[in-house]
Design a binder for this molecule. Structure first.
Ligand code: IMP
Length: 425
């Protein structure tokens, strides 16, 4: 079954673990949006590996690993990631990179930093140039991986774009960027990547027609979607199901199942509203228990209770069939576990709603209404079968399923691949 794996929160749901657990069952694994702002943590031969752009399929030599045309690519970073993967003994002969993937150029990273440090637009981005690179796509002036393979074309296009950006930097009081070194390094990276560059839309279409099993590997989370997330505190791509189609060139008919990933609690990095955030000592304890520090930037993540209003929104916009609930073991010791089931808007006596308002201004006005559920106060890490789960866990899962409107099929109860419990019908 061709499966889309999507984050249902603000990213960092444990998609890396879920995808790593499932990837061996697929012939093709493809990334379709985002860039090296993502950080998918997986364990390979006992070593912790953080992937940023490389699809998790690289760990399986028979699996085709695709970076499709919706992904923004910083070539120097990708080369480094490939080199690191080769050091682990992986050949990466199975890697395909879209010739139509937009490039993240030095100006993009610079502009991301300029904006983040200005008073105009502080989003708490990963400062990797993701937003400005996507802006150039929408602005119809982007450069693509294919351009890197033609030196004269690349030099010509980047020179035109440099004029545009240097005017912008001047307006912000920043010096013009010197590009010659970067241009040379980008062209070298292009040569390094050349054997992998191809028409991935065609490749994916052919794979689909040949009935290969395809796994679509989402990055970030639904609440960071440029259109359906907590705007403007979002990333600049469609992190929801829509991104699969524009980012690969496959049609919705190629998707059989949508698997949404959610933690048993919530986290967020960067700025933006987070109704169930715990800013107290308990939140700090949960952060330590869950080791909630960014895989890409190392930033401490903001931590809170699971927000079922937000989760249901994510389930509905993505058409989620099944949920992979991760990090359940982090809650093992708690006598009581809370979940948000509604929002009060503008204080106590106001309207109560149970739908997610998306835009940040509206979300900032809500206070969550909680339901308290009994904890299980047992260690789950060694449990292998769903039928051995404590009753309180089952009750907790039933409550989430009922509210969110999707089945929980997998539970993560520890960092290891084997610490995953499958729940059959
Ligand atoms: P950008 O994607 O770097 O532009 O950052 C925009 C927002 O998305 C910021 O709040 C980031 O912290 C967040 N973000 C981007 N990538 C990830 C991710 O992989 N996990 C969690 N948050 C992310």
């Amino acid at each position: 079954m061709n499966t889309v794996v999507l984050g249902l929160q603000w990213g960092d749901e444990g998609k890396g673990k879920a995808i790593d657990y499932l990837a061996g069952r697929f012939d093709v694994v493809t990334r379709f949006q985002g860039g090296h702002n993502a950080g998918h943590t997986v364990y390979y031969q006992g070593r912790k590996v953080v992937l940023h752009v490389l699809p998790s399929g690289i760990f399986y030599p028979d699996c085709l690993a695709v970076i499709a045309s919706g992904v923004v690519v910083q070539p120097l970073q990708l080369v480094e990631e490939i080199r690191n993967a080769r050091e682990l003994g992986l050949t990466l002969r199975n890697l395909a990179l879209s010739e139509n993937a937009p490039l993240i150029l030095p100006f993009h990273q610079q502009l991301d930093v300029v904006f983040e440090d200005s008073r105009y637009q502080r989003i708490g981005t990963t400062r990797r140039g993701i937003g400005p690179a996507y802006e150039d796509v929408v602005g119809r002036r982007a450069l693509f991986v294919g351009d890197l393979l033609r030196e004269t074309v690349f030099r010509g296009k980047i020179a035109v774009l440099a004029e545009y950006y240097n005017r912008l930097f001047a307006a912000y009081g920043h010096p013009a960027m010197e590009l010659e070194d970067d241009v040379r390094r980008y062209l070298e990276a292009g040569e390094f990547l050349r054997p992998h560059v191809t028409d991935t839309t065609r490749l994916l279409q052919e794979s689909w027609r040949a009935k290969k099993k395809i796994l679509f590997e989402g990055a970030q989370g639904s609440l960071l979607d440029i259109h359906l997330g907590t705007y403007p505190f979002v990333t600049s791509s469609n992190t929801t199901i829509a991104g699969v189609f524009s980012g690969t060139g496959l049609s919705p008919k190629a998707v059989d199942r949508v698997l949404g990933i959610s933690k048993a609690y919530a986290t967020r990095v960067g700025e933006g509203p987070f109704p169930t955030e715990l800013k107290d000592d308990f939140g700090a304890r949960l952060r330590t228990l869950g080791n909630e520090f960014g895989a890409t930037t190392g930033r401490p993540r903001r931590v809170g209770w699971l927000d079922l209003v937000a989760l249901r929104h994510a389930v509905q916009v993505n058409g989620v069939d099944d949920i992979f609930l991760t990090k359940l073991d982090v809650l093992d010791d708690l006598p009581e576990i809370r979940v948000a089931i509604a929002y009060e808007v503008d204080g106590e006596r106001s309207e109560r709603r149970d739908t997610f308002p998306c835009h940040a201004e509206a979300l900032e006005r809500v206070t969550p209404v909680y339901q308290a559920l009994p904890g299980w106060q047992k260690k789950l890490g060694a449990i292998e079968r769903a039928r051995d789960l404590p009753k309180a866990v089952r009750a907790y899962l039933d409550f989430i399923e009922e509210f969110a409107g999707a089945r929980i099929r997998y539970l993560g109860v520890g960092g290891e691949r084997r610490q995953t419990i499958e729940i059959a019908d």
